[in-house]
Design a binder for this molecule. Sequence first.
Ligand code: NOJ
Ligand code: CA
Length: 673
Amino acid sequence: MWRGVLLALLAAPLVSAAVEVSSPDGRITVAIEVSDRGEPQYRVQYGSEEIVAPSALGLRFKTQHAFDSGLSLSAGQVTPHSSSWEQPWGERRQVTDQHNERVVSLSSEQGRFMLRFRVFNDGIGFRYEVPEQPGFETVEIVDELTEFHLPQDSTAWWIPGRGWNRYEFLYRKTGLGDITLAHTPMTLRLPSGVHLSLHEAALVDYAAYVLDQRRAGVFQTSLTPWSDGIRVKTQAPFKSPWRTIQIAPDAVGLLNSDLILNLNEPNKLGDVSWVEPGKYIGIWWAMHINERTWGSGPKHGATTEETIRYLDFAAEHGFDGVLVEGWNLGWDGDWFNNGDVFSFTESYPDFDIQAVAYHARKKGVRLIGHHETSGSVTNYEKQVGAAYDLYETLGVRQVKTGYVADGGDIKRVDSNGVAHYEWHDGQFMVGQYLKSVQEAAKRKISINTHEPVKDTGLRRTYPNWITREGARGQEFNAWWNPPNPPEHTAILPYTRMLSGPMDFTPGIFDLTFQGPDSDQRVETTLAKQLALYVVLYSPIQMAADLPENYAERPDAFQFIKDVPADWEQSVAVAGEVGEFVVVARQERGGTDWYLGAVTNEKARDVKVPLSFLSDDGEYEAQVYRDGDAAHWKTAPYEIAIEKSIVSSDSMLVLKLAAGGGTAIRFRETGAVD
Ligand code: NOJ
Ligand code: CA
């Protein structure tokens, strides 16, 4: 009988001022309450440390009463969850999802909504859920009031939100006081050494948010507005994306978190065996360093002949694809500002698309498609069906899309022919990017989005959204002065990469392509270019340099040929944000392991125990390290390639040069007796 009473008590909603939910290991606790004016708020505790001080929650609408005060709270029980699921491709095959969930209902006479909290051992997520109710048939959100009240004296790594260059800024390392608007993921180191990453998961049919510091240490989720100022246009029922805080005792802990993926919906596409991870080369860097042009003329890059040269090189060296940019009509003149004239089905006369596609098929290599919209998305939307149909018939399985336009300058033309200018991370574009992915999926095509909206883990739901840009990639080294500094790739893993894969395009071998004295160069050593293949995760990895530059260095090139792009498991081994990082990954379906280590401008020795290797195996370590005299500026090409026998008991000391790195393949040689 007592059991029955107890169960009845648990099932009844608790009406109280503060409800709590903790992580499975008990270390993280979220408390949700309403103030005496009925204002909802939450706070987060990590062990004995307050990570988020009491912070507001709520929504404001154009026509309905706001969900910000006068609310009473009731809560369901805590529901534990434990499962694991398999990724079709990824950093690891198996992902464990262990969390405790609690749903809190908030209501007043004017309306009601729910907050769903999930607390994992590596952080928290919560979302707004507005059920169907009278008066909410059309909803225009004018503000989301969610706040993160963060510990003073924290250090943050961040890029500005709503800037002209979208997400393509260098990261800044500052105290909280210097932050105005910041994109997520934003990473923080608290005075205690605990690390946080603020972000969001499952951004669908909603605006992305940037962090807006309203008062000292208090950051609000500022939803990116439409051109008319409304932030989200929807109708009940609707759900917001998950607001997330990843929490780890140290920097490396953040890298081993799967929280963002766990908060996304499972695969909606069914059989996705047609989504193919792999490596590619492309008619690409040649344009960025001005040796070729996208547009027509004597230096046109995308000619039939040049494409065949790349296809043959790809076939000879085991690459899966060849990207061709500048093949379609519309690149002549100022292509940056001329998006309306792009055709996505007609090619320049010197590019025989049928012939190159035929040659690719014959050689067992895939042509990789390219669509640059220059931000004229209505022009793209009109052609997208026919454009993907064409690629499907040619056997193309991947398309790289591009949305080059300043922030706030995406051109949307309405049904009256009137142009409006939108942000890359507003609700309109969030919808456009997903539409392109869904249209592509119908034709078994995967999408690599450049100038994207930030990644929020939708690759779990749509596994054909295979990678994206969304940060300063290699291209900046070709034409931006100053180029990416050595620390850039030691920051990316702890910031941008926490959101998902990036098409950074590593592998430049001709690091000083404008001569040894030019500032326009790649500020890394050669070994660091190799290490990036392991450090910067993407299921499609480009070997970005020209074929002739690889032909000149076959020894170093061997690592790019060997390194896989799809993994059984991944372990971040050591590192500090902006200083260095060491990552080990095991080949999907194989026994080999790979290691990548990169440092900033500081040379350092890093000890790495090889305990990630299988206990009963013996491995040949094929080491590509900085030569003893290597330095990104004075001796970038100094590289040493060595072999040794190691096992899981071994300890390696990696000697990283200034701006340098180490790449290692561990090839299993057989079981130890
Ligand atoms: C910007 C992209 O990031 C780059 O990869 C591409 O080559 C150009 N746009 C042209 O589409
Ligand atoms: Ca770009």
